[in-house]
Design a protein around this ligand. Structure first.
Ligand code: ADP
Ligand code: ASP
Ligand code: MG
Length: 487
């Protein structure tokens, strides 16, 4: 057991480290976390450690909400949730009841209330989902303290205030909130006043100005960590996850995907927005605004260098990755007569706005407009899409194409290297392409295809673009090589 000086340098620089679900789910991973924190403390830093809920816990809380809303039993699910936390607490030598009894009782009470009334508001949904991160961090902080690392547990809702945005739907306000990311001297002073140099807090959570719990959107722990890094002007932000960085494609479905050693903020942001789940898109924007480098690292393999995201991007224009997003709904609209007439597009866009839908991609041809909707930004149930189509019929002949998927080529200066990826486009020859969109920022080219074609297309495009020799200095080993390498 190692003990660390509890009186840190008052001017020490902040580092922010974020650990995702699988990174906080076992004692073995917590040992890696402790080793890393000891290393960073030894180099004289103050640390903010931002943790997710244990792996799958947020999904299970969502399922419990659904069960409660439909009047089904919630007790078995709650017992399973308790068992997983009890197993981790047991391995850590901690008493779950003592550390988290109040949270689990509260959760049972809220879910039982929802089951009885059959109603769940965004406000209650946020409270239920917040339990995952509160549970994991209560255990983590107690274990780190037991290991001799001076750690202060802090409730993220007392540290991060969400923005109240006028006319935003309650769903967005409570479940996909945003925060300011300018330097915050009050927060800096408050955390520096703590005796402990390590602050352990929750990702995903913030507080609305009235005091209610708000969430930062699914996958939003990365964003919480970026907000802390920006508000504290941290030296850098470390995102610790279950893969060794950002790859040229999702390494779990494309095993010869290559590690991207360096990326510009723009490229990384585009890659995240186009489906690379490893980073939440909003996290990159927050870090970029304050010029804070992001290091993506692998908790199961801490010796690997990972990906560094910073400005400027690697100099040479190149395609860096192929990404996909599933569950896209495409609305194809035939516009009779003069679609270029004044205000036609505005009227159609107004329909989407009136139904609370945000448009992801838009393309037009002679007599047709196509709009892609992303399920990560919208609820796309029939109760929303049916009334949308009814309204659109006043303006055009709409048709839904689903399930669809977007396949994106991401890289800087994509327009200037048409010749490099033109070969990859041949692979779309036998596919039905519903929409083609080129980002105005010159960082991505996206095609929307049938969902069933997407995995195969991504693998083939990846092979065409990145198969064979390593494509340049910014690219590292493949996932297969990294997994095969002895630890
Ligand atoms: P965490 O729980 O640590 O936040 P996530 O599950 O949110 O982790 O993100 C990590 C996952 O992102 C990886 O397991 C990987 O399957 C997926 N992923 C998708 N695209 C990429 C990519 N281009 N590079 C790396 N990982 C990716
Ligand atoms: N636990 C939350 C989720 O699964 C936030 C996160 O892990 O980023 O969405
Ligand atoms: Mg994540």
């Amino acid at each position: 057991m190692q003990s660390t000086d509890t009186h840190p340098d008052p001017a020490a620089e902040w580092l922010v480290l974020k650990y995702g679900g699988t990174s906080v789910s076992s004692l073995e991973r917590w040992r890696t976390i402790a080793d890393t924190l000891e290393d960073r403390l030894a180099s004289g830093h103050r640390l903010v450690v931002v943790c997710s809920a244990l792996s799958q816990v947020s999904n299970r809380l969502e399922s419990l909400l659904e069960a409660a809303e439909e009047g089904r039993d919630v007790h078995r699910g709650l017992d399973e949730l308790r068992r997983d936390h009890r197993d981790l607490a047991g391995a850590m030598g901690l008493d779950l009841g003592e550390l988290t009894g109040d949270l689990l009782t509260d959760l049972r009470r809220i879910l039982e209330g929802i089951r009885l009334t059959g109603e769940v508001t965004p406000r209650l949904r946020a409270r239920v989902l917040s339990a995952g991160e509160l549970l994991s961090t209560r255990l983590g902080a107690a274990w780190l303290r037991g290991r001799g690392i001076p750690t202060a547990w802090q409730d993220a809702r007392e540290l991060l205030e969400a923005r109240l945005v006028p006319r935003l739907s309650p769903e967005r306000q409570y479940l996909s909130a945003t925060c300011d990311h300018r330097f915050d001297p009050a927060l800096d002073g408050r955390l520096r006043a703590l005796a402990e140099p390590v602050v352990l807090t929750q990702g995903f959570l913030a507080r609305l100005p009235g005091g209610d719990t708000a969430l930062l959107g699914r996958g939003g722990s990365d964003t919480a960590a970026a907000y802390f890094a920006a508000k504290l002007a941290a030296k850098h932000l470390e995102i610790w996850t279950d893969v060794p960085g950002m790859f040229t494609s999702n390494p779990r479905s494309v095993p010869d995907a290559r590690l991207l050693l360096r990326l510009g903020y723009g490229e990384a942001g585009e890659l995240a927005a186009k489906g690379a789940q490893v980073l939440h898109p909003r996290s990159i924007r927050a870090a970029q605004a304050s010029g804070i480098p992001i290091h993506v690292r692998c908790t199961p393999a801490p010796e690997l260098p990972g990906t560094v995201i910073s400005s400027p991007a690697p100099a040479e224009a190149a395609v860096r990755a192929v990404s996909e997003r599933k569950g896209i709904v495409l609305v194809s609209m035939d516009v009779e007569g003069d679609w270029q007439g004044v205000g036609v597009i505005a009227d159609i866009a107004g329909c989407f706005k009136a139904h609370g839908l945000s448009i992801d991609l838009l393309a037009s041809s002679q007599t047709n407009l196509a709009v892609a909707l992303d399920p990560r930004a919208n609820h796309l149930g029939d109760e929303i899409l049916g009334p949308l189509l009814d309204d659109l019929r006043e303006l055009c002949v709409p048709r839904l194409i689903r399930p669809a998927a977007s396949v994106s080529l991401v890289g800087s200066g994509i327009r200037t290297i048409l010749h490099e990826w033109a070969g990859a486009l041949e692979l779309f020859e036998d596919e039905e392409v519903h929409l083609v969109a080129q980002g105005a920022n010159d960082l991505a080219l996206t095609l929307v295809v049938n969902e069933s074609s997407a995995d195969r297309l991504v693998r083939r495009i990846h092979d065409r673009l990145f198969g064979g020799e390593p494509p340049g200095r910014a690219f590292g080993p493949t996932w297969e090589e990294l997994v095969a390498a002895p630890a």
